[in-house]
Design a protein around this ligand. Sequence first.
Ligand code: HAM
Length: 422
Amino acid sequence: MTKTSSFTAPKGIPDYVPPASAEFAAVRAGLIHAAHVAGYGLMELPVFEDTALFARGVGESTDVVTKEMYTFPDRGDRSVTLRPEGTAGVMRAVIEHGLDRGQLPVKVYYAGPFFRYERPQAGRYRQLQQVGVEAIGVDDPALDAEVISIADQGFRGLGLTGFRLELTSLGDETCRPQYRELLQEYLFKLPLDEQTKRRAEINPLRVLDDKRPEVRELTADAPLMIDHLSESAKTHFEQVLGHLDALGIPYVVNPRMVRGLDYYTKTTFEFVHDGLGAQSGIGGGGRYDGLMAELGGQPLSGIGFGLGVDRTMLALRAEGKSAGSEARCEVFGVPLGDAAKQRMVLLGAQLRRAGIRVDLAYGGRGVKGAMKAADRSGARYTLVLGDRDLAENTIGLKDMATGDQRQIPLDDAVRLVAAELA
Ligand code: HAM
């Protein structure tokens, strides 16, 4: 009798199960690898933190904080929030562990789930997976370029090509307040609807990101931050572009780019893929030079990114590519009989100790079923051990691509199989 479960995964949250999960693992590993080779060290942080950390860090006026956080009182009646992003938690940990008093820049990476109560749609999930890096404590345009190039290399290393890097500068504390006033002055004169007017008061930059054609048209001539940068912010941005040119990383300057988090200053960027529909951002980041001080730490600068693992997978698929197509195992063991099984279990363990990926036929199904399982496993070789082979101290080695099978000495099987796979 089969029983159907009435339990399903929470709405808007993807499960990754074999065999597709191999692709997920490969994408995440590929993105992590790019950070690892640049000398970034792992930060493994809690998935929930004090609610105030995110409210203060991400910004009280952002959609993330006002509408999307999973916030609840714990059993001790403290307000906690499932992390909607990684940067605020990293700052908290850097301050708490005094890393900001050691060697600078502090360079860290992280990977894991983040939670946003957004309306689910293709490529937009309520539990999303990111690989992120943060480089804290040195305000150097070359570091901006390094962070951007890590993301670029992470995507390219997976074979992804159809994306573009968009970037801009959001200015610093010496030019942004004046620009904000200038933009508000401009926006307040426009015939905007009430809600948009309110947005212009709270966060005028976000009005420039409005996707409605009528608002786009109205704001077509709005003043842009990039034309009102302070000398130092302008020089910083020009130097970042110079480094990217030297690195051969293509980019498009998009002065209307608006990010969903409030902490950004100066260099801000997004990686966009056109094969994904509305949710086209496969990664994004930027500088956040005021964030650490805002969270009670020293006034250190910082820059980082978060790359979407889920969306990178979708982008690869949109390009007809896949990562992690590697078979589940290299060798599949088929024991025929009880004594053979005991010996095969031992041989499987010995092969694994030699670093070879092995799976075995369990459960005593017949030869036919076991060989079918061997086929499905994707293994390059199958080892077949019957009781007679055991008596003769040999084992059958079958090449799954050609179908050829030969007997090899059982005692020498590990060495011979390793040599075949090399
Ligand atoms: P973010 O742009 O909010 O930045 O998110 C980074 C990436 O996470 C996005 O580009 C996207 O690929 C993925 N992502 C975001 N929301 C979703 C969702 N609902 N479903 C699927 N994927 C999603 C940050 O989170 C910053 N903390 C990045 C950063 C680090 N900036 C500086 N340091």
